[in-house]
Design a protein around this ligand. Structure first.
Ligand SMILES: [Zn+2]
Length: 292
């Protein structure tokens, strides 16, 4: 299997009604841990680079892509490579030039028509290089801002300061139109998750997710995966989520392990971090129901 197209891994998710885990990685320890950890658990995995992360300057696209591909060749599980959130057209094309085989075109802060236009432009170029594109519709906000994800149930008025789900979440109607207009490989949707550390436990709207899933064949992506209770993930994975993004939790654990490593491992610090992260990944992906 080894290095795979993200679209092929997503199809395994569609086949098994399951979600593949995708992790934001930065340096070598993290990339190694994602790939070897998933191998331990015998699950497919997607390694993502987040272009806004400070380490990108030290670990440019071509190094990142080459590292993922080299490590993927050492394992038997399917490994995908993906550029996470990017709204900069030139940067996306640069990532493709450097060997990324899947990219996210994030037009989610744009009005619908402009999002369609931006994402279509990326798809047009990506197709020339046989690269997959993930779009985003609705906007997955920031977890520290509870108003970005805590919504009233559809149709319920929560009074002053309350925001209805219709304001926050992707609608089925928009998702249908978007995926008819733009040929994306996957679509990130908003239905109650957010990026970063949650201030209150999120409550995913599985009903909204089901509505979206009913009107489009496109595999759906859940962002903001750090801190969503497992029972809700199981529900989401069986209602159309085929890719699940985790970043914050993995990054925070990396920092903790780095601090610990100086005291506990001395010269073996890098290995200590790498092994701790590998164990985390092997456990984390256990909810992935894709059968290899
Ligand atoms: Zn995201």
């Amino acid at each position: 299997m080894a290095f795979c197209k993200v679209r092929d891994i997503l199809q395994m998710g569609v086949r098994d009604n399951a979600a593949v885990y995708a992790f934001d990685a930065a340096g070598l320890e993290q990339i190694w841990a994602v790939i070897k950890g998933a191998e331990k658990a015998n699950k497919p995995v997607i390694v993502m680079q987040y272009p806004a992360a400070p380490l990108v300057k030290m670990y440019p696209f071509e190094y990142f892509a080459a590292t993922v591909k080299a490590l993927a060749e050492q394992v038997s599980i399917p490994v995908g490579l993906h550029l996470d959130h990017c709204s900069d057209f030139d940067m996306i094309v640069d990532a493709i030039r450097c060997g990324f085989t899947s990219v996210m075109a994030d037009g989610s802060t744009l009005p619908f028509e402009e999002n369609v236009k931006f994402t279509s432009e990326v798809v047009r170029v990506a197709k020339i290089f046989d690269v997959d594109v993930e779009g985003e519709l609705g906007h997955v906000g920031v977890a520290s801002k509870t108003e970005d994800y805590v919504a009233a149930e559809d149709g319920v008025n929560v009074g002053e300061g309350g925001i209805s789900a219709d304001k926050l979440y992707t609608t089925a109607e928009d998702a249908k139109r978007f995926t008819e207009l733009v040929d994306v490989a996957s679509l990130a949707v908003a239905f109650g998750s957010a990026h970063g550390v949650y201030k209150v436990t999120p409550k995913l709207s599985i009903s909204r997710l089901s509505e979206i899933n009913a009107v489009t064949e496109t595999p759906l992506v859940l962002h903001g995966g750090s801190g969503i209770p497992e029972d809700q993930l199981v529900e989401a994975f069986s209602h159309g989520i085929n890719k699940f993004n985790v970043g914050t939790e993995f990054g925070m654990l990396t920092n903790e392990l780095k601090k610990e490593s100086f005291e506990k491992a001395g010269r073996g610090a890098e290995m200590y971090v790498r092994d701790g992260l590998t164990d985390y990944i092997a456990k984390k992906v256990s909810l992935c129901n894709i059968k290899l």
